[in-house]
Design a protein around this ligand. Structure first.
Ligand SMILES: Cc1cc2nc3c(=O)[nH]c(=O)nc-3n(C[C@H](O)[C@H](O)[C@H](O)COP(=O)(O)OP(=O)(O)OC[C@H]3O[C@@H](n4cnc5c(N)ncnc54)[C@H](O)[C@@H]3O)c2cc1C
Length: 598
């Protein structure tokens, strides 16, 4: 058998984004030893890319905001597929977590009165996004990292975990390889927290970083945990479109929050067309451009413009405009914020100014941007208990973008940065409680050996396919078949391709050694993206309705029957099963909050 090192700690946290770092803080504050593992360098997780802000109902802007309105907005944005208890905990605790972050040292933008400044975002009734210019993720990671490092966890940077290890049903550790040396490490832990983020990389155009290959969700599924509502993949309405090399890069929603407008090739602000405002949002948005313009300076007396509808609605509208032949020069839509003036733009949206200037040679203080929807976020994920973030497997916890249940069929902007704080902490605390009374489990060398063999196979193969080519074929297939508009025929063709690629991945070959070998890394990542792609497509085929991010043009509109069901995916052997489960019920208090809106 290949040699491997063993590392033993009370708790293993896989992932050092916001969720993983907040979980690590909770574990160390409970006095337990903790190993935290990440694929890149500490501080480089996907969270660092977050721009617009973290949503929490602080009510600093003179508007009557509170957790109840945040709860309602999140349920409405999620098209009621959310787990109400998860949303309740989230909306209540987001406030404490943002204030705690400030105590840790985060320097938020300020109101003239010295309070944390909050900006408007799609689907939020009031100004609710606590922000640091358009670099909020950077500040969040910096602060959490400082706090976590001060508590001295053991950090394993540039390690990729590839398999969870079990003792009977219980998760007792994980196998990883060192990306620098190629050496193997088996982590032994009384409890494991998965905080590995989302999975945009199986699509061709995405705002996600290279790390977002769905490893944690795939490993949890393979270990026997359940995945929830995996068909719900968010298309952010505004990704960069031109030049081709940067296509998919995010253009933050803060641009529209700061007054940016969407126009088609005829100069029309098409979001004002009544057909783009769904019934449940009627009456809540401005109906004329004048009213929308008034909102910029007087939020109390004017309604917000429909460019700030939730992301699924705006993405579909853009898609339909382009399909109708009203697209921009390169097949997208124009986003224009130049009317806010150069000083204001440079101060409020410094990253956007630089991004377009450096990558597209466009001055957004004078010219419109060309945008098109891009794969951005994954609402589905590992099914967890709302209060403890425990999965269906003893000893296994999940938090952050890799977990499901909070966002339902569509996430509101800003809700992820507070999600990772609220549930990162809860997962870390619950894992620490479990680990405090558990013994270390037995580490079975059989699965360790099998996983090392699987990892090494592409390097020892004398012939075979290139993993990068297969990854490109997968991205093409998912972009074509499992995009914004989905149909039975398109999804079926996509599934066939994914299954065919799952056979071909058994025969990939990679040159070189294990040290710093991108081809070797890609070969294992590909197994994760293929596994998750199959789940996405099978769930999208199963849900025969349109809701949130799932737009089935062959089943348009909400179906009340489907509105009462979540989809759960699990493995039996290597066979994937997708089944429906009734939505969790809502407490009378939460029901009354929803009633208030009617
Ligand atoms: C450009 C952009 C802008 C955004 N802006 C906002 C915003 O303004 N507001 C908002 O609320 N949300 C925003 N989001 C979404 C938000 O940033 C993410 O959902 C959130 O940061 C996810 O945090 P996380 O801790 O769950 O995972 P991540 O930050 O993705 O971290 C995952 C961690 O897991 C590690 N990992 C993954 N796989 C493995 C493995 N196999 N082995 C070991 N380690 C592994 C990674 O290395 C990383 O450390 C934005 C997203 C993008 C892409």
């Amino acid at each position: 058998m290949e040699p491997f090192e063993t590392v033993e700690r009370d708790v293993l946290v896989i992932g050092a984004g916001g969720a993983g770092l907040r979980a690590t803080i909770a574990v160390r504050e409970a006095g337990l030893s903790c190993a935290v593992v990440c694929k890149s360098l500490l501080g480089k997780a996907h969270t660092v890319m977050a721009e617009g802000g973290a949503a929490a109902a602080l009510g600093n802007m003179g508007e009557p905001d509170n957790w109840r309105v945040h709860f309602r907005d999140t349920m409405l944005g999620g098209a009621y597929l959310n787990n109400p208890r998860i949303v309740e905990l989230f909306a209540k605790e987001a406030i404490e977590r943002v204030l705690e972050l400030e105590q840790y040292g985060a320097v938020f933008d300020r109101t003239p009165e010295g309070l944390i400044s909050q900006r408007p975002f799609g689907g939020h009734t009031y100004r609710r996004l606590n922000h640091v210019g358009d670099r909020t993720g950077l500040e969040l990671i910096r602060t959490l990292q400082d706090k976590a490092v001060s508590l001295q966890p053991d950090v394993f940077m540039e390690f990729t975990v590839t398999r969870l290890l079990k003792d009977a049903d219980r998760v007792v550790g994980a196998l990883a390889y060192n990306r620098q040396s190629g050496g193997f490490v088996a982590f032994r832990a009384k409890a494991v927290v998965v905080a590995t983020g989302g999975w945009g990389r199986m699509y061709k155009y995405t705002s996600n970083s290279w790390e977002s290959t769905g490893d944690g969700a795939a490993m949890a599924l393979e270990a026997g945990a359940e995945l929830l509502d995996m068909e719900m993949v968010q298309f952010h309405p505004t990704g960069m479109l031109w030049p081709p090399g940067v296509r998919g890069l995010l253009v933050t929603e803060a641009v529209r929050g700061e007054g940016g407008v969407l126009r088609n090739s005829q100069g029309e602000r098409f979001m004002f067309r009544p057909e783009y405002t769904p019934e449940r949002y009627r009456g809540k948005y401005a109906e004329t451009e004048e009213e929308g313009a008034g909102w910029l300076t007087d939020k109390a007396n004017f309604r917000r413009p429909p460019e700030l509808l939730p992301r699924d609605e705006v993405s579909r509208a853009i898609y339909k405009e382009v399909r109708a032949g009203r697209g921009s020069e390169h097949g997208g839509i124009y986003l224009d914020v130049s009317h806010r003036g150069a000083d204001y733009i440079r101060r409020s949206l410094p990253s956007m100014y630089e991004q377009f200037h450096a990558l597209g040679d466009i001055d957004i203080t004078r010219q419109p941007m060309e945008i098109y929807p891009t794969i951005h976020y994954t609402m589905g994920g590992i099914r967890v208990d709302p209060d403890t973030c425990s999965t269906t497997l003893p000893g296994l916890y999940a938090a952050g973008e890799c977990a499901g249940g909070l966002h339902g069929a569509n996430r509101l902007g800003g809700n992820s940065l507070t999600d990772i704080l609220v549930f990162g902490r809860r997962a870390g605390e619950a894992a620490a409680i479990y680990a405090s009374s558990a013994m270390q489990g037995a580490l079975d060398e059989g699965p360790v050996s099998a996983e090392m063999d699987l990892l090494l196979r592409p390097l020892s193969a004398t012939s075979g396919e290139n993993p990068f080519h297969l990854a490109a074929e997968l991205q093409e297939a998912m972009q074509q078949g499992a995009m914004i508009e989905r149909t039975e025929a398109g999804l079926t063709a996509c599934l066939e391709k994914v299954l065919q690629l799952r056979e071909r991945v058994e025969h990939v070959q990679v040159e070189g050694s294990r040290a710093y070998n991108p081809g070797w890394n890609a070969a294992r990542d590909l197994r994760f993206t293929l596994r998750i792609s199959e789940v996405i497509v099978r769930c999208a085929l199963a849900r025969k309705e349109s809701r949130g991010a799932q737009w089935r043009s062959d089943y348009p509109g909400f179906d009340p029957e489907w509105g009462r069901k979540n989809l759960v995916a699990r493995l039996e052997g290597d066979t994937l099963h997708v089944e429906t489960r009734p939505l969790p019920s809502m407490s009378p208090e939460l029901q009354s909050i929803m009633e208030e809106a009617r």
